[in-house]
Every structure is written in structure tokens, then in C-alpha cells.
Design a protein around this ligand. Structure first.
Ligand SMILES: Cc1cc2nc3c(=O)[nH]c(=O)nc-3n(C[C@H](O)[C@H](O)[C@H](O)COP(=O)(O)OP(=O)(O)OC[C@H]3O[C@@H](n4cnc5c(N)ncnc54)[C@H](O)[C@@H]3O)c2cc1C
Length: 287
């Protein structure tokens, strides 16, 4: 199916892109990798009259470490995240999540900013950026602002971004010493989207778990922090029994949805299993 007719714009700067958004308002949509927006347009689920392509806007791609923070431009592709030596070393769960997205074509075109702004409930990155305590930088007509990952996902395909704002970068604190991280998912067999995905970032010292960050995606309408699992891990021995007990809390705070992939009961079970496996993998990586 073909999309409805639209006008295509290629701004050369952030300012030009913001001016277009300000002028065209609800008739405009930003275009990044196009791997969520274009399928939606082809199905006529989205019918923007104007597409504002970010491809020619300089400064939106790249990965660097800056004062203990990993800074990733919004237009950086999933493949660049997956294959980056600095991401693998400083935020291995993010590299793992990127490598599990879709297929090579999706990973070579799709971008981290597009994925986060789209807020698909089954997307992989959201669990990781919540677990890592990341921040997202948005630029709008009034300048820049920073949004905590915990406050970014508002609901199904809905974020804290305003219609007149552009997500410009993701800022992830690099892992502290003695910290291990993992992202594991139960993939949909066709699309590879997460039926359930869990990211865990765990600090282990002298056999005890210190700080734990756990993010969940897939099972509900938006990605959330698994506060019950985190509280169940903090200060406990890093052993199988403690991890199992904490993982039992994974469904708490998730608005688990039944769908073609499974019942609520099945998704709750998957959440517990994948929380246990992700925490076990993170603990093993911390040692
Ligand atoms: C076959 C297939 C399989 C997939 N499998 C997975 C998977 O397993 N896991 C997964 O997580 N994802 C999966 N995806 C989705 C993929 O990761 C997309 O790349 C991603 O969701 C959207 O990124 P994009 O760069 O393509 O954005 P686009 O499709 O261009 O844009 C998506 C939305 O975000 C907005 N937007 C884009 N950039 C910005 C910005 N900088 N600031 C503000 N708004 C912006 C757009 O206006 C649009 O509303 C799959 C997609 C396909 C087609």
C-alpha cells in the first residue's frame, strides 16, 4: 500500500527543522530512519501532510564519552550503537539491545532517537535507558531541556516530547566499577520485537548486591522501572535464591496486556523468568 501524499522537507540545521515544526504544527512529522513511521504511513495509520527529514541536520549522529557520560546523537543508527567499542565497554546492555533489534536492514536505517520518540511498547532500548538511569535531551523553540528516562515514556506511543521539540541526544551514565549489565528478551518470532524484555544493571561488591537498576519493556503499554525487583535485590547476597525472590516482583507496576502473543498470565510468567535471567547475567558480568 502507498502512503497518502505528503510534502518532503530537508532542513539543513536544527533551527530550520524547529521553524518548520513551528510553522506546520500538527501537519508535520519528523523523519529519522523511517522504520516505524513509513510502515505506519503505508498502512494509513499516520497521514502527515509534511515530512521533515533530519538526515541532513548536522550534529545529530555519533557516540562519545564525556565526563563519565555516554552521549549518543539521536540520529545514530542501531547498527552504530551495536558495533560501537565505547558502548560495548561502557554500557554493554545498550549494545546488546541494539544487536537484537529487528534485522540488519532495520538496524542500518533505524535510529536510537526515532525508536525512543516512537515509544513502541515492544521496543528494546526503553528498558535499557530506564535501567541505566539515562537522560534525554530535547530541543524546542524555547531552547534545550533534559528529561529523565523515568519520566519520558507516558503511555502507548506517547512520550514527554512536545510536538514542537526534537530529541537530539541520549545521555547515559557509564557503568560504575564492579557493575555488570545485561539485556535479554523473548522476541516475537516474526518481527523480533520484545514480547517481554528486561534490562538489568547491577553492582556487586564482596558477594553483595549494591545498586540495582532494572527496566522492563514489552509486556505493558509502556516501558517501566521494575522497582519491586530493584528493592528485592538491594543489599542482598548475589545468589540464586535472592535473585529468584526479587524476580518474582517483576510484574508489579506493569500494566500487563493480553494480546495475540499471549495471555496476561503468560506475560507475567515471562516477566519473572526474564527478570531472573537478566539479573543473573548482570551479576555474572559484574564479577
Ligand atoms: C521489520 C521491523 C522489525 C523491527 N523490530 C524491532 C525490534 O525488534 N525492536 C525494536 O526496538 N524496534 C524494532 N523495529 C522498529 C525500529 O527499531 C525503528 O527503527 C524505530 O522504532 C524507529 O526509529 P526510526 O529512526 O526508524 O524512526 P522513524 O520511523 O523515522 O520515526 C519514528 C517516530 O519518531 C519520530 N521521531 C524520529 N526521530 C525523532 C527525533 N529525533 N525527535 C523527535 N521525534 C522523532 C517520528 O516523527 C516518528 O513519529 C522494527 C521495525 C521493523 C520495520
Amino acid at each position: 500500500m502507498y502512503p497518502a501524499q505528503f510534502e518532503y522537507h530537508t532542513p539543513g540545521t536544527i533551527r530550520e527543522a524547529l521553524e518548520l515544526l513551528g510553522k506546520l504544527k500538527d501537519d508535520a512529522k519528523l523523519l529519522a530512519g523511517g522504520h516505524s513511521l513509513l510502515p505506519a504511513m503505508k498502512l494509513r495509520l499516520a497521514t502527515p501532510k509534511h515530512l521533515v527529514d533530519l538526515a541532513k541536520v548536522p550534529g545529530l549522529t555519533g557516540i562519545k564519552e564525556e565526563g563519565g557520560v555516554l552521549v549518543i546523537g539521536a540520529m545514530t543508527t542501531h547498527y552504530a550503537v551495536e558495533s560501537s567499542a565505547v558502548v560495548k565497554a561502557k554500557c554493554p546492555a545498550l549494545a546488546a539491545a541494539a544487536a537484537l533489534i529487528g534485522d540488519p536492514m532495520v538496524r542500518n536505517k533505524g535510529t536510537i532517537g526515532g525508536s525512543l520518540a516512537h515509544a513502541d511498547p515492544a521496543a528494546d532500548y526503553p528498558a535499557v535507558i530506564i535501567a541505566c538511569g539515562a537522560e534525554l535531551v530535547a530541543e524546542g523553540p524555547k531552547g534545550k531541556r533534559t528529561i529523565k528516562a523515568d519520566d519520558f515514556f507516558k503511555g502507548l506511543l506517547t512520550t514527554a516530547l512536545g510536538a514542537d521539540e526534537i530529541l537530539t541526544e541520549v545521555r547515559i551514565p557509564v557503568s560504575a566499577p564492579k557493575t555488570g549489565a545485561a539485556y535479554l528478551k523473548f522476541p516475537h518470532p516474526a518481527s523480533r520485537f520484545a514480547v517481554v524484555g528486561v534490562a538489568a544493571v547491577v553492582t556487586v561488591d564482596g558477594g553483595k548486591i549494591g545498586k540495582a537498576g532494572v527496566g522492563i519493556t514489552g509486556a505493558g503499554t509502556k516501558a517501566v522501572r521494575a522497582r519491586g525487583v530493584e528493592a528485592g535485590l538491594a543489599g542482598k547476597s548475589a545468589d540464586a535464591a535472592a535473585i529468584q525472590a526479587a524476580a518474582e516482583k517483576a510484574p508489579e507496576g506493569v500494566d500487563v496486556q493480553a494480546d495475540l502473543q499471549g495471555s496476561e498470565e503468560y506475560k507475567r510468567h515471562l516477566l519473572k523468568v526474564f527478570a531472573r535471567r537478566a539479573v543473573e547475567a548482570a551479576v555474572a558480568a559484574a564479577k
